[in-house]
Design a binder for this molecule. Structure first.
Ligand code: DC
Length: 226
């Protein structure tokens, strides 16, 4: 029997990774954070001082990009390895977010990282989160979810998070960044963010974390039973 797969896509800041990880835990599935894979390549590009707007230079990096995911580190986290080095913490730096966004817009990069993602879904029951999982990576996923929230709700949550980290930012700035990032994600040519036709929409605008998880699990279970 084949493995089960749950594809979760949506804009950044909708709580995808937190909710997808928790849902995977409840279901006993492997959680795969595909953004971390793009981040790892973004880190390599930064370290090699590659001009991120130079598509040919980024492509030339690919043969050297030995990227590995590990899910058996004992802390329940997905660890990322770049050429044998654990870069799980490094890839969360803000400059890596920007580099990941740049490299992920290149089609050759997406093609190169596709097999890494698909092979995980062949070998495990997975909850995989990203931007194009239901549309491109796993078009045959058993369940597809499009997880979103209004830009205002995402901006409020992001402000709360930044405040807790001791790096507060004002709401209008955060909201403007979110609106701009949505525009870039939706309008890019390579794998633009969009809801798959057969995806279930889960909108967490009016929900807190517990309610969001419940809504997500209801949608996933409903889909797996079909
Ligand atoms: O979800 P995240 O912030 O960790 O993603 C990092 C970057 O990678 C972000 O710019 C979007 C991109 N990405 C993508 O293009 N496709 C995916 N499946 C996952 C992430």
């Amino acid at each position: 029997m084949g493995h089960k797969s749950v594809a979760i896509d949506g804009p950044s800041g909708a709580g995808k990774s937190t909710l997808a990880r928790k849902a995977a835990e409840v279901l006993g599935f492997l959680y795969v954070d595909t953004g971390a894979i793009y981040r790892t390549l973004g880190l390599l590009a930064l370290e090699r001082k590659v001009d991120l707007s130079d598509t040919a230079a980024v492509k030339a990096l690919l043969p050297q990009a030995e990227i590995r995911l590990a899910h058996d580190s004992g802390d329940g986290l997905q660890h990322m390895y770049l050429c044998g080095r654990d870069v799980t913490g490094d890839i969360r730096r803000p400059e890596v977010s920007r580099a990941a966004s740049a490299v992920s817009a290149i089609q050759a990069v997406r093609d190169f990282l596709m097999e890494t993602q698909r092979s995980l879904a062949r070998e495990h029951d997975v909850v995989m989160d990203g931007r194009d999982i239901g549309t491109v990576v796993l078009p045959e996923a058993d369940v597809k979810i499009f997880l979103t929230a209004s830009p205002e709700a995402r901006a409020r949550r992001r402000c709360d998070e930044l405040l807790q980290r001791g790096t507060p930012q004002d709401y209008e700035t955060v909201l403007a960044e979110i609106v701009e990032r949505d525009r870039r994600d939706i309008s890019r040519t390579a794998a633009p963010l969009r809801q798959a036709e057969d995806a279930v929409l889960v909108d967490t605008t009016e929900l807190d974390l517990e309610e969001s998880l419940q809504a997500l699990l209801d949608a996933v279970r409903g889909g797996l039973e079909r």
